[in-house]
Ligand binder design. Structure first.
Ligand SMILES: [Zn+2]
Length: 673
């Protein structure tokens, strides 16, 4: 029998044949793809012909096409729909894949060919994109240790494989802790909660097989619970469970994991001759150095902390008026902040929510993409990896551009958070390959027959991930390795954060924020209040974020801490984190930096990108939010370009210059603070 992961798909848009793919197909497919990749790499390395760009770099780009095809499907769906078998496969694959990539980068015959090309690059008559791919390939080999020899080389391979295992384990521990915990609520405990929280708690209870409503650790349930539950004891219990993820002293405890990861990262950087892991990691980013990162974060920290302290004092006073003595605690902030927001902006999340229907907000994102870039979205009647995941055919002037999959509802098998991933990336080396792009979120699933409703934060998340999706879908490069979101980490959030601004364009909400029951548009004064409230509580949001970003930077800049929890406490004490604010992600559940390498020494990237997105949207504001010429420049210089040029060059081509930090401070309402 043929393995559907390996066969020619012959499906509409060459979509994976999900209905035929079973878990049992995955491992044999990965093994076959690895064997094929190894054979291809061996052919390149032993080629008797002198190295050329085509027989070495392009051949290398092609060598893993089957592997990318198989892994794209497996990881694309397993992250959103895990089970024990898939978890076990991921644990098994991570050292296998790490060994495979180590094998390639430590293949000295192969590296010799790449090095020859690199040294003679000026004579090769390369296109700018080819020159870029050669540079990136050479650099990634060197950074992987291609120049190491003997025991150092062996040690590097060992470290990488161990790090891959630890990273996978970190994420799985976190998911297990999140899956296991829930808090049962009695009918009396529901008092004071808005209907949508009650509905979500009941739906979560059904999903957990509990005997009634529950609070889980899913962000879209626990955050509104802490905003609205008048029961301080319940808020405290929920908050403590939420912040203890990965730190429960059980089999899922991540603290030792984190410590070992930091030690190995430091060792890895030093083997390569860098003073620290941060220096190694930031070399390929826009920021370039830890000092540049620290400068940006501290520049924003001072006004943000001032704002948070002012706000905290007001909230503490409100709490005292409720007859509660003692300091404002982290489980009090969101509750009193929601009351204050309602008082000052008369904005009630529960009143707002019926106007933010998932389906309408999805249409809003599509409509913006249509007005800006001429994209059309047509629902596809196809089977995906899960019944909740829906697919659309994305076209422009009738031409197929991409398949977009939106998988929006929380479920136990999905890891927390929201993300965008490409099951297949755009490239032109092997024909006009069009991408399959996924947006995965964790919005509360409605009860049967009800419309799915979002919070405003959820709606922003939807737009954010859709911005990443546009970066993938509009990609127009030749080589898959630089396609779509394959850009510097501190540049990758620019398209996503920029797209969030269109949610705040009044005409978008006017058209798409319609009431789930009555169909009436959002009342004008509610819309005005909503938009005016966008800078509300930005002190808190900025402080919890920068605290995490600085802890991440400190962990990786200098020697690895013996005890990360102690180091975390030291950093927080040094910057003076206000008592009632905690890190957005504390170490034992800081998946961004420990579950894989993605955001290590890189959590600052969101803010680095924000400096640009705030400035980029100003370009639209000057000429109109849907100005076609500005949209064209954005697509031409940024969204279509992937990593084909240095990020600074891309931004400068779009905007004519690099931005300062002012637009960001203004956007967060911190400029006058
Ligand atoms: Zn993002």
């Amino acid at each position: 029998m043929t393995n559907p992961l390996l066969s020619d798909w012959n499906t509409p848009f060459n979509l994976p044949p999900f209905e035929a793919i079973e878990d049992a197909h995955v491992k044999p497919a990965v093994e076959a793809a690895l064997a094929e990749g190894r054979a291809a790499v061996q052919l390149i390395a032993s080629d008797p012909e002198a190295p050329t760009f085509a027989n070495t770099i392009e051949a290398l780009e092609r060598s893993d096409s089957t592997l990318s095809k198989v892994l794209g499907v497996f990881y694309g769906s397993a992250g959103a729909d895990a089970n024990d078998t898939r978890d076990a496969l991921m644990r098994e694959f991570s050292p296998m894949l790490s060994a495979y990539s180590s094998e390639i980068t430590s293949n000295s015959a192969l590296f010799a060919r790449i090095e020859t090309l690199w040294e003679t690059r000026d004579t090769l008559d390369l296109t700018p994109e080819q020159a870029r791919v050669l540079m990136l390939t050479y650099r990634s080999f060197v950074r992987s240790g291609a120049k190491l020899e003997g025991p150092q080389k062996a040690r590097m391979a060992e470290i990488k494989s161990r790090l891959a295992t630890l990273g996978t384990g970190f994420g799985q521990n976190l998911l297990a802790d999140e899956r296991d915990w829930f808090m049962s609520l009695t009918e009396a405990d529901l008092e004071g909660l808005p209907q949508f929280v009650i509905d979500a708690a009941r739906a979560a209870g059904d999903e957990k097989g509990a005997d009634g409503p529950v609070v889980t650790l899913s962000r879209s349930l626990i955050v509104p619970f802490m905003q609205f539950s008048p029961r301080r004891d319940l808020r405290e219990a929920a908050f403590k469970a939420w912040s203890a993820r990965g730190e429960n002293g059980n089999a899922n405890d991540n603290r030792e994991n984190a410590a070992e990861i930091l030690r190995l990262r430091e060792e890895r950087a030093k083997l390569l001759g860098y003073p620290s892991f941060a220096a190694y990691k930031l070399e390929t980013e826009m920021a370039k150095t830890p000092e540049a990162v620290r400068e940006l974060l501290m520049r924003v920290w001072a006004p943000a902390k001032e704002a948070a302290e002012r706000d905290g004092a007001i909230l503490a006073e409100m709490m005292a008026k409720d007859g509660i003595n003692g300091p404002l605690e982290p489980w009090d902030w969101r509750y009193y902040s929601a009351i204050r927001r309602k008082a000052e902006h008369d904005l009630d999340e529960a009143e707002l929510k019926p106007y933010l229907q998932l389906d309408r907000m999805t249409e809003a994102a599509f409509a913006c993409a249509h007005r800006l870039f001429g994209l059309d979205f047509e629902p596809l009647d196809v089977t995906t990896y899960h019944p909740d995941a829906r697919a659309w055919n994305v076209t422009r002037d009738g031409k197929h551009i991409a398949v977009f999959i939106g998988d929006y509802f929380a479920r136990g098998s999905k890891r927390s958070g929201a993300w965008c991933t490409a099951m297949r990336s755009q490239q032109k080396l092997e024909g006009d390959i069009r991408p399959i792009v996924l947006n995965v979120c964790n919005f509360a699933k409605p009860s049967k027959g009800e419309a799915a409703l979002l919070s405003y934060d959820d709606a922003r998340t939807l737009f954010h991930e859709f911005g990443h999706a546009l970066h993938q879908m509009l990609s127009n490069v030749t080589y898959g390795s630089i396609s779509g979101t394959s850009v510097a980490r501190d540049f990758v959030e620019l398209p996503s954060q920029l797209f969030e601004y269109w949610l705040e364009v009044p005409e978008v909400l006017e058209e798409f924020a319609t009431h789930a029951k009555t169909g009436a548009p959002m009342p004008r004064n509610m819309l005005d209040r909503l938009l005016a409230a966008q800078t509300y509580d930005q002190g808190f949001a900025t402080v919890e974020y920068i605290a995490s970003a600085l802890v991440d930077l400190d962990f990786h800049d200098g020697d690895a801490p013996a005890d990360p929890m102690v180091a975390q406490a030291e950093t927080l004490a040094r910057i003076g984190l206000p008592h009632a604010v905690t890190m957005r992600h504390a170490t034992p559940h800081f998946a961004h930096i420990f579950s894989g390498d993605g955001y290590s020494a890189g959590y600052y990237s969101y803010m680095w990108s924000e400096v640009m997105d705030a400035d980029a949207f100003e370009a639209f504001e000057k000429k109109g939010a849907f100005d076609p010429e500005t949209a064209r420049l954005l697509e031409e210089h940024i969204l279509s370009k992937g990593g084909s040029q240095d990020a600074e060059a891309l931004y400068t081509a779009f905007r004519g210059r690099m931005p300062g930090v002012e637009a960001l401070l203004k956007g967060r309402g911190l400029l006058t603070a």
